[in-house]
Structures are given as C-alpha cells and as structure tokens.
Design a protein around this ligand. Structure first.
Ligand SMILES: [Zn+2]
Ligand SMILES: [Zn+2]
Length: 148
C-alpha cells in the first residue's frame, strides 16, 4: 500500500472527476461542455472546481498550446474506495454491517452482482467475529458500552 494522502472530493468536484476519468484527459472546454447542461453550472463555476481539484492534486494539468489539458492523478476505483472509507468513518464500528445491509437493500443488482456478493459473504464467514468493539467517543454513540 502506498501512503498517498487521501484526497477528499466534494459532490460537485466528483462531477468534474467523472468527466476526466471517462475521457482519460480533458480540456476545461470539454468539461464545461459535458457539465453545463447536466448541472446548470456557469463555466466560471466549473473552472473554480477544476482549480480546486488541481490544488488537491486530484488533477494534474499540462499546457497544450494556449490551453490546458487535465489528467486524473487519482483513479476512480481508489476515489470510490476512499469515499466508502469516509462513509464508514461516520458510523460506529458496530453498525458497519447494518450500514452495508442498507446499501445492498437500496441497490439494484444484477444476477452477476449477487453472485459476487454471495462469494464475498461466503469468504467473510471464515473471518467473522462474535462481537465488534465500539470505536466511538462516549457521547457520540448509544451502544451499551456507552450507555451505562
Ligand atoms: Zn460506537
Ligand atoms: Zn459505543
């Protein structure tokens, strides 16, 4: 595992990243073309978001003539993973299982997805524990350990 600092991408910035990930590289004009209708954003707003992503080192930029081309510095998979870790960081460690359950309940899944999940669950059975310790600060959690 590398120790690249985790980049936190906001919801708005996520829209920009998705354009750059799917195109592999994009100029600001190309990003504006995709997002100005979907998001009803002004080009200036989009350029501000691009600037933030460059500052956060989620995008790198190269000059091409008198314009700039943007490239992703973080992959989509690693960003989704870090967003998921971020979600779990907001939840008591005792509630992670329920949270995953709620995510599955919300999702529309293919037969293939379900096969994959079944395999994962099967392999998790070997690693299952009887109890998970709460990782919360008292006052931020209502589990038994913190309720008495
Ligand atoms: Zn807790
Ligand atoms: Zn607790």
């Amino acid at each position: 595992m590398t120790t690249i600092e985790k980049v936190k991408i906001s919801d708005a910035e996520w829209e920009i990243m998705r354009v750059v990930w799917s195109k592999k590289q994009a100029s600001s004009q190309e990003i504006v073309a995709v997002l100005k209708e979907k998001m009803d954003w002004k080009p200036a707003t989009i350029k501000t978001l691009i600037g933030r992503l460059v500052k956060k080192e989620a995008l790198k930029t190269e000059a091409a003539g008198h314009r700039f081309i943007y490239f992703p510095r973080v992959t989509e998979a690693e960003s989704v993973m870090s967003a998921t870790e971020n979600l779990f960081a907001h939840v008591c460690s005792k509630k992670i299982g329920q949270t995953i359950g709620a995510l599955i309940e919300e999702a529309t899944l293919t037969h293939e997805d379900i096969q994959l999940l079944e395999k994962l669950i099967e392999s998790k059975k070997e690693l299952a524990v009887d109890e998970i310790a709460c990782n919360c600060v008292p006052g931020q959690c209502e589990c038994q350990e913190h309720n008495n």
